[in-house]
Design a protein around this ligand. Sequence first.
Ligand code: ABU
Length: 599
Amino acid sequence: MMELEQPDWLEWEQSRLNCFLCNIHRYSDVCLTIGFLYPSLSKSSVVSLKMGKNMMILWLLLRITDDDKKQMRKKSIHACQSTDKDVIKEAHAENLMTNLSNAYASDLLPSKEGEDLTKCFLLRVVNILLHYIEKTFDVKSKILDFHHPHQLLEGLDGFDLELSDHPECLEQLLVDCTDTLKYGVKTGHPRYFNQLSGGLDVIGLAGEWLTATANTNMFTYEIAPVFTVMETVLLKKMCEIIGWRETEADGIFSPGGSISNLYGILVARYKQYPEIKARGMAVLPCIVLFVSEQGHYSIKKAAATLGIGTDNVIEVKCDERGKMIPAELEKNILQAKRKGQTPFCVVATAGSTVFGAFDPLHDIADICEIHRLWMHVDAAWGGGLLLSRKHSYKLSGIERADSVTWNPHKLMGVPLQCSALLTREKGLLGACNQMQAEYLFQPDKVYNINFDTGDKTIQCGRHVDVFKLWLMWKAKGTYGFEVQIDRYMELAKYFYKVLKKKDNFKLVFDAEPEFTNVCFWYFPPRLKHIPESFERDQELQKIAPKIKAQMIVEGTVMLSYQPCGDKVNFFRMVFSNPATRQTDVDYLIDEIQRLGKDL
Ligand code: ABU
């Protein structure tokens, strides 16, 4: 064989082959074949430049006889494990040891001959991140190294947040990266239960890295050809899952659930009063909307932002589990009409933030139909449950909604942020928001301008939130999300059952949890036997914040608490972190008792 230069595509081929080798059980034949030759490919550069990429693979495959296969298995694995890995490791170690004290951002690409330095710097960053990721998943590591804001502002161990007029060297930037992670919160830690969004999905993370590298804007197909088309694919998929199969549904990814809810209310108002866009609120009657008293505060924010006013958000009473009572909704609508107000929208909640309650969507849809009201479902938290064949019935009726908020960054564990607003009627978002700026959305472009989706939004610049979700969906498949979500539900049930047996814990709801939220009080021994009273509750109110404060200081576990209505401060446990195991749940219970027993 001729010994020639290694062609460029070989590098591409090597990473592909590595991937094949990792999937040895799935692609055994091809993998064994290629795996045998791969070491020689990468090490001795025996490739003919004259051959095309596909020809070369074919040529490689033809050279293999069946008799060789048993030998190959050993060789391919060995080659992958020792030879190439060692070469990579050496190069990696060399890069990692390079001191960057005399190097500056201006020396990196695109500066001339900046390739090696750029590679070295980025490898060092990746190494910092990998170390952090390993720590994140290690239960023995602390979730956070807590400091007060003034301590961070004063500077901790040389971690200076102040900005200077002169450039810092790359070595210092790496120290700053390390410190930034050191004093942050490991939201992927198995014992991080603080928010509805948690966990650290490695594929999602890779998606976010790629997104940042691509560094483009979602407003036009012109500059985001793959991402804009990907967005339409995902929105279609999500709409189908909601059950809008027979219609031409639409949607947009937005910066979080609150903005998605704002979009829902915005299109609801536009549908009823298209003149609002040009003429403003002055031409409208006094419009009102309805949401349950357990609904998200973003509804009021949206009303304030849209000029509707928070007084015109009517809170509907809930039952003892935190679900909207349909009869109360009907009563409120009739009352509003009697007062001369004009109802236009009902916001139902599928998975309330604190209790994890699901409003009765069919009943609400019936009422919306009778009164001709827009039905928006805030399924920011609960939307992911649609992917579980076992639990999706809890959102039954969502297919009758006019718009839906669904945040894949919550239950589905997609890295922040990833939130979709979906509408049943195609074209409304565009009609409501478009301004047809000529410098950006030229009508005479070379491609189908329907893919210039940016004018559907209230933003101009828009982050690419879709790729990490798409990549995770590819990696898991819909069934992978289902398994993950069903496991959270099992963990919630386990947690509930353990707490139920403990006499120093009291559940806020006696019945089994409907979602992954489990709300409960912890009673220290001194309060355990005191009968319920105002005085006892005054004491109980202080327990959760004190335990939480200690949790944060020690950094062992993170959990949220809140008062709600007439209920004094209680803990809210939620499961949305794929790293959490039953042992972490047991640990949490022990930890609350350890921190709370003397309070
Ligand atoms: N509704 C925003 C998320 C709130 C939470 O994580 O508890």
